[in-house]
Design a protein around this ligand. Structure first.
Ligand SMILES: NC(=O)c1ccc[n+]([C@@H]2O[C@H](COP(=O)([O-])OP(=O)(O)OC[C@H]3O[C@@H](n4cnc5c(N)ncnc54)[C@H](OP(=O)(O)O)[C@@H]3O)[C@@H](O)[C@H]2O)c1
Length: 264
């Protein structure tokens, strides 16, 4: 549970675009000061200026490459050195990978696990310890609709997001008694740069992706209610339930049609 939004600090990873940038906007509306982290500093600087001008809130930017081991620890150390206590951590940085086995870049797959899984774990554990010690604070981790099932041709990414949901729900249960809320936001297809980075450009536009405003609003509402997870959008929610009714083999086989590479 947060002490308050207004006047407190949040740390948002992957704030240079998409869902992360929208979290910064909606949290600044609530009066939060923001630490914005990502690799593209020019984007962070522009967002910091926008938020300061619109809301009068403070912003710090930190350049961080979470694909580097220990980057999470270093990011928190940098924030602490600036005299900032993080009341809300939003672990949003992440990327996807769609490919057939033949075309899978193994180094990129391991980078994905470092950013989506290891980096998120390091940040969550270190920040949660401090928050539990203080007796207040919150963490929002970004899962996905694919947190609920394996997905053919998106094997590594879907598995990384299953980890995020399971890990975060366990901490939600453990930390409730310590005044800390851990909520996992599971978006479905959302219109951001995600699919361009994942090897299927234009996917979100072709598949009627949600806009970031409603996705982030859903996440913050669930966090305010102390929920362990939320799926953004009713259709996505129904899909997340439907996979429990079919056999695991049926679910994973039918997932193959979504990203099956088209042969010329
Ligand atoms: N869009 C969707 O359909 C969808 C659906 C479900 C879940 N999600 C999840 O939502 C989160 C945000 O994605 P998005 O849709 O907003 O995509 P996006 O627009 O591509 O944003 C991804 C963010 O992650 C950051 N990032 C990527 N690699 C990083 C690294 N090595 N170090 C630090 N930051 C890194 C990027 O910043 P820099 O490149 O500047 O470092 C960027 O700010 C991700 O966790 C994604 O898996 C997205």
């Amino acid at each position: 549970m947060l002490k308050a939004y207004a006047g407190q600090w949040c740390l948002i990873t992957g704030a240079s675009s998409g869902i992360g940038a929208e979290f910064a906007r909606q949290l600044a509306v609530r009066g939060m000061h923001c630490v914005l982290a990502a690799r593209r500093e020019d984007r962070l600087r522009a967002l910091a200026q926008e938020l300061g001008a619109a809301h009068g809130t403070r912003c710090e930017i930190v350049s961080a490459d979470l694909s580097q081991p220990r980057a999470g620890r270093e990011l928190l150390a940098e924030v602490s050195q600036r005299g900032i206590a993080v009341e809300l951590l939003v672990n949003n940085a992440g990327f996807g990978m769609v490919s057939s086995l033949d075309e899978t870049d193994v180094a990129r797959a391991l980078e994905l696990i470092q950013v989506n899984v290891a980096g998120l774990t390091e940040l969550t554990l270190l920040a949660a310890k401090e928050m539990a010690h203080r007796g207040h604070g919150g963490i929002i981790n970004i899962g996905s609709i694919v947190s609920f099932q394996p997905v053919g041709y998106m094997a590594v990414y879907a598995a990384s997001k299953a980890y995020v949901l399971h890990f975060s729900e366990a901490l939600w249960a453990e930390l409730r008694a310590h005044g800390v809320t851990v909520t996992t936001l599971c978006p479905g297809t959302t219109r951001t740069e995600f699919f361009d980075q994942s090897g299927v450009p234009g996917w979100a536009e072709r598949n009627r992706g949600q806009d970031v405003t409603s996705v982030v609003r859903t996440g913050l509402k669930a966090f305010d209610s102390g929920r362990h997870y939320v799926v953004s959008g009713w259709t996505n929610y129904l899909v997340s339930l439907a996979v429990r009714l079919a056999t695991r083999a049926t679910v994973v086989k039918s997932s193959m049609s979504v990203f099956r590479p088209r042969r010329p």
